[in-house]
Structure formats: C-alpha cells, structure tokens
Design a protein around this ligand. Structure first.
Ligand SMILES: [Zn+2]
Length: 256
C-alpha cells in the first residue's frame, strides 16, 4: 500500500453507509480513481469543497493496486468550480463535461492532456458568456474523442481516402466526411457550409475560444452530428443526460 498524491477533478460522489462517501475523481497522474472518504458525511467541513462534483483539488490517498476503492487521507480544494456556478444552463454544460469523461474514459490509465483539457473547459464554462456554452461543449466532445483516438476525418473520405463529396456529407459510423461513392451506402448527414466550418474550428482551436467559431443557431445541427459520431465509436456513450433538459427547452434548427 503506497501513499499517492495527485491533482484531480471530482466527477461524482455516492453515499457509503451513514457517514462515508465514495468520490469518483479523474486524476491527472492516476486516471479515473474511486476514493473512500471516511466520515465525509458526518463532518463534511473536514474536506471543504474538495469532494464536491466539479471541484478541482489535490488528493492524498492509500493506493492498493488490486483494489477498486482507495482510502482518502487528505483533500485540499484548488478550484471550487461548482460553487462559482449559479445558473442552470451553465451547470448543465459543466456536468455534461464530467459525464462525458465518465462515459468515455476507462480505468486508471492517466492521460494528462485530457485532464488539462477538462480543467480548462470547466474554467471556460464557469466564465464564458451563456451564448458560448453549446460551442464549448461541442468543442470539448470533439477534442476528447480526438485525444482518445477518434478524430473525425474532414480532409478526405473517412472510408476510402478519396476526394470529398462537394455535398459535405458526414458519416458518423465511418468517422467523418465521405466521398460520393461511399455516401451511396447511406447513413450520411448533409452539413451546411457554416456547420462544417464550425466543426473544423471546434476540433482544432483552444476550447475557450469556441464561442467565436459557432453561431448558436448552428449548434443544434453540429451537436446532433457529433453525438451520433460519439455513439458509434464509444459503446458506453448514449448522449449527454445533463443536456437533455436544456435540449427540451430549445427548438433544433433544421439541417440545411
Ligand atoms: Zn470514399
């Protein structure tokens, strides 16, 4: 049993018995880690905001290689992100980012780049104008998928590598834009020129700039394509529950 320290972001927590809490933390040096915080429900003040979902903190715990749960020794808050977010839309987008990591990432494999992307995305969501939130979420989805090895292909046919159809046909199953011949097999969505340009920028530019690249009226169109893409390539992903409430409040744009 080794004492391990790592920075992390709390994805979710569950009650454990009457007094303790299980805290699922995505850690920069340890990947997805489940910690037992003994007495955390009896004396919550002991850990401050460090065990709250969305919080970024520094965690010290007893690591047992063959166990699924590790005993938390100490937790210090670095950024109490959840306590800075007051409005429902912002909270839904922040929770969507946590949900995406929870669904797409497996086990204790560390991925520092992905961790840093989550940390900067949560900071951006806490501070961005509300109109930028859908763009931030879509950029985060695209960039997480890319870091995990599923980058949508936009420069040549995702299936055969030949020149793209001028119709801007995106195939979620084949992982990007396709040519006319491959599009004949079906399963494609026709993107508007604006949506495709937005998609390309969201994929490559820093997440905090995402609001500059996507008009809100195009976000519904891109979000549906990106989510179809994620569903095809990540078995555990079935759409972001955190955004369902918001989606029911907005009318999607028809695909042009
Ligand atoms: Zn093709």
């Amino acid at each position: 049993m080794a004492l391990v320290r790592s920075e992390g972001i709390v994805l979710k927590t569950h009650a454990l018995g009457d007094t303790s809490r299980i805290v699922v933390v995505y850690m920069r040096d340890q990947g997805l880690t489940r910690l037992v915080a003994k007495g955390a429900r009896k004396t919550p003040s002991r850990f401050g905001f460090a065990l709250e979902p969305l919080s970024r903190g520094r965690y010290v715990f007893y690591y047992k290689p063959d166990r699924d749960l590790h005993l938390l020794s100490q937790a210090d808050t670095l950024a109490p992100t959840g306590s800075r977010i007051a409005d429902l839309a912002r909270l839904a987008h922040a929770e969507a980012a946590l949900e995406l990591v929870d669904k797409l990432v497996w086990g204790e494999e560390p991925h520092a780049e992905l961790y840093d992307l989550l940390a900067t995305t949560l900071e951006s969501i806490a501070a961005a104008p509300e109109a930028s939130l859908p763009a931030l979420t879509i950029a985060f989805e695209l960039q997480v998928a890319s870091l995990l090895g599923y980058r949508p292909r936009l420069d040549a046919c995702a299936d055969c590598g030949r020149a793209l159809s001028p119709e801007r046909l995106f195939s979620p199953a084949r992982g990007g834009l396709v040519c006319d011949a491959c599009a004949a097999d079906g399963g494609t969505v026709r993107l508007s020129a604006d949506a495709l340009a937005g998609l390309a920028l969201l994929l490559t530019r820093p997440v905090h700039e995402a609001g500059q690249y996507l008009e809100v009226r195009r976000s519904g169109e891109i979000l549906r394509v990106v989510e179809a893409f994620l569903k095809h390539h990540f078995q555990r992903f079935q759409g972001l529950r955190s955004l369902e409430l918001l989606r029911s409040l907005t009318t999607p744009e028809p695909v042009a």
